[in-house]
Design a protein around this ligand. Structure first.
Ligand SMILES: C[S@@+](CC[C@H](N)C(=O)[O-])C[C@H]1O[C@@H](n2cnc3c(N)ncnc32)[C@H](O)[C@@H]1O
Ligand code: SF4
Ligand code: SF4
Ligand code: SF4
Length: 452
C-alpha cells in the first residue's frame, strides 16, 4: 500500500468536483457514464451527502488551496435533486470558512427541475450553471430521457427559461455522440438561438465490457477483458469534422460573441502556452472528484475502486491530492504517449488527449493511441492558419476578432490560402531572433511573435 499521507511536491491549486447526490438522477440518459456508479455503493440507500462530509469538504477545499480564489464544482448524478436549501447551506458554510478567499461555484445540471426558486438563488449567489443540452429536440431527446423513456427537451427549455428570467449565468455542455455528430451546424445554430455564449462540445467515447457480470460495464483503458466501443460513441474522425464545421461558421461570424471552449484552449497552444484544459495538457491529475460519502478518486472519468485515493473523513484532502499515486496518475499522461504522438506535429496542443480515451492502436501498432486521434489531428490542422493569425493579432495587441474580416476577404477574393509554417513551442526556440517570423507577417521574429 502506498503512503498516501506523504505529500509530493505541492501544486498551488487543484480542482475537485463533488457529487453531493452521488450518481442518483431523475433522467436515464443512454450514454451516461455515471449512473452505474451506484453499483460501487450497493449497500447504500441514501446518497445525499451528509452534513459532516459537506462541511469537511468545504473547509478542506478552501484551506488546501494556496490561491486567492477557490472554485467549487457541483455535479452528479443530478445535484438539483437536493433542493435549493441544501445549497443555501453550502453558501453559508463557504462563508464560514472563506477566510478572506473569494469563492466561486459551478453547478452542472440537466436543467429539468429548475424553477423560479433555483433561478433566483443562482442569480443571487452568482453560481455559474452548466446546462446539458445536445441540440434541438430531435437530436437531444433520443439519448436524454427520463426513467419512463420520455424525452427531456421540453423540461430543459423550461428550466433554461428560469435561468434567463432571473439573469443567472449559464454555459452549455453538449456531448457529441453517434447521432448529433452528423449535424454540427444544426447544433451550433440552435445553441446560439437559445442564448449560449460559451459552448463545450464533449466527445462520447465509451467501451462496454463483453462480460455482462462486471459491476461497472463501462470500462477504463486498463481493463484486461474484452470490450467493444459503445454504439452511441462519436466516430473518432467525425468528431474532428464536427468541430471543424462549427469552427468555420464561428470564425466567419461569431468571434468575440460566442465562445467555443476547445477553440479558446487551442489558441493558448498557438500562443506557446500550455493549453489550460487537462485533456490537452502534457500531464494531468489536478482534477479530482469526490463522491457523496467523501470518497476521493483520481478523476471523474476514473471512478473505479483501483483509483480511489481515500476518504475525506479519514485522510486530509491535500494528502490525497498530492500523494504519489495521484502524481503518478497525472504523469502517466505524458509517460505513456505513443511514438505516433511523440512525433506528431500537433502534439503541442493535443498532447495525446485524455488517457481515458486511449484505447486504440497507433500506426506503429502500439496500444494506447487516442480513439479520437484522427479527429483531433483533422481539427488542429484545419484551424492552424486561423490560430496563427489570431495568435499574431494578440501578440501585437490587436483584437483576434480581426480574423473574421481576414477570412471574409479571402472568401471574396476566392484565393487559396497557403498558410505559413506553424509556429510550435519547439520550433520557436530554434528560430533566430532576426529571421523572418513564421507567422507570415513579414516582420522579424523578434519584432513579431518572438516579442518579449
Ligand atoms: C454526468 S452528468 C451530471 C450532471 C447533470 N446530471 C447533467 O446531465 O448535466 C455531467 C455531464 O456529463 C455528460 N456525460 C454523460 N455521459 C457522458 C459520457 N459517457 N461521456 C462524456 N460525457 C458524458 C452529460 O451530458 C453532462 O453534460
Ligand atoms: S442527466 Fe446527467 S447524470 Fe442524469 S443520466 Fe443524464 S447525463 Fe447522467
Ligand atoms: S484522465 Fe482525462 S479527464 Fe481525467 S484529469 Fe486526466 S486528462 Fe483530465
Ligand atoms: S493528433 Fe493524434 S497523434 Fe497527434 S498528439 Fe493528438 S492523439 Fe497524438
Amino acid at each position: 500500500m502506498e503512503d498516501l499521507t506523504r505529500p509530493t511536491q505541492r501544486p498551488k491549486a487543484f480542482h475537485i468536483m463533488s457529487k453531493p447526490m452521488g450518481p442518483i438522477c431523475n433522467l436515464d440518459c443512454t450514454y451516461c457514464y455515471y449512473l452505474e456508479k451506484e453499483n460501487l455503493y450497493s449497500k447504500t440507500d441514501k446518497f445525499r451527502m451528509s452534513g459532516p462530509v459537506l462541511e469537511e469538504y468545504i473547509r478542506q477545499n478552501i484551506e488546501s488551496q494556496e490561491v486567492p480564489v477557490v472554485e467549487f464544482a457541483w455535479q452528479g448524478g443530478e445535484p438539483t435533486l437536493l433542493g435549493v436549501d441544501y445549497f443555501r447551506k453550502v453558501v453559508e458554510l463557504q462563508k464560514k470558512y472563506a477566510n478572506g478567499k473569494q469563492i466561486t461555484n459551478a453547478f452542472q445540471t440537466n436543467g429539468t427541475l429548475l424553477n423560479d426558486e433555483w433561478g433566483e438563488f443562482f442569480a443571487k449567489e452568482q453560481f455559474l450553471i452548466g446546462l446539458s443540452v445536445d441540440g434541438p429536440e430531435e437530436l437531444h431527446d433520443p439519448f436524454r430521457y427520463n426513467k419512463g423513456g420520455k424525452g427531456s427537451f421540453e423540461q430543459v427549455m423550461r428550466g433554461l427559461g428560469y435561468l434567463k428570467k432571473h439573469g443567472a449565468e449559464f454555459n452549455t455542455l453538449t456531448v457529441v455522440n453517434s447521432l448529433n455528430q452528423e449535424h454540427p451546424l444544426k447544433v451550433y445554430n440552435f445553441l446560439k438561438e437559445i442564448g449560449s455564449t460559451f459552448m463545450q462540445f464533449i466527445p462520447i467515447v465509451e467501451r462496454i465490457a463483453d462480460d455482462a457480470e462486471v459491476d461497472l460495464q463501462l470500462v477504463n483503458p486498463t481493463y484486461k477483458g474484452g470490450a467493444r466501443v459503445a454504439e452511441w460513441s462519436v466516430d473518432g474522425k467525425q468528431y474532428g469534422v464536427f468541430l471543424s464545421k462549427i469552427f468555420d461558421e464561428w470564425v466567419r461570424k461569431d468571434v468575440g460573441k460566442h465562445f467555443v471552449q476547445i477553440v479558446d484552449i487551442a489558441l493558448s497552444g498557438w500562443l506557446g502556452m500550455e493549453p489550460p484544459l487537462c485533456i490537452f495538457k502534457k500531464d494531468c491529475g489536478e482534477a479530482l472528484v469526490m463522491e457523496h460519502n467523501g470518497d476521493v478518486y483520481s478523476c471523474d472519468h476514473f471512478v473505479y475502486p483501483e483509483y480511489k485515493l481515500g476518504n475525506i473523513l479519514e485522510r486530509p484532502l491535500h494528502s490525497m491530492v498530492w500523494s504519489k499515486p495521484q502524481k503518478r496518475f497525472g504523469e502517466d499522461k505524458s509517460a505513456t504517449l505513443t511514438r505516433q504522438c511523440q512525433d506528431c506535429e500537433v502534439r503541442f496542443v493535443c498532447n495525446g488527449g485524455c488517457p481515458k480515451n486511449r484505447v486504440g492502436k497507433s500506426i506503429h501498432d502500439e496500444f494506447g493511441q487516442n480513439y479520437l486521434c484522427e479527429g483531433y489531428y483533422h481539427f488542429f490542422k484545419h484551424i492552424d492558419p486561423y490560430m496563427r493569425f489570431m495568435a499574431n493579432e494578440l501578440r501585437n495587441e490587436r483584437p483576434p476578432a480581426n480574423v473574421m474580416e481576414w477570412v471574409r476577404a479571402q472568401d471574396q477574393s476566392n484565393t487559396t490560402f497557403i498558410p505559413p509554417k506553424p509556429k510550435q513551442e519547439g520550433q520557436a526556440r530554434a528560430i533566430g531572433r532576426n529571421s523572418s517570423c513564421p507567422c507570415g507577417s513579414g516582420k522579424r521574429y523578434k519584432r513579431c511573435c518572438g516579442k518579449k
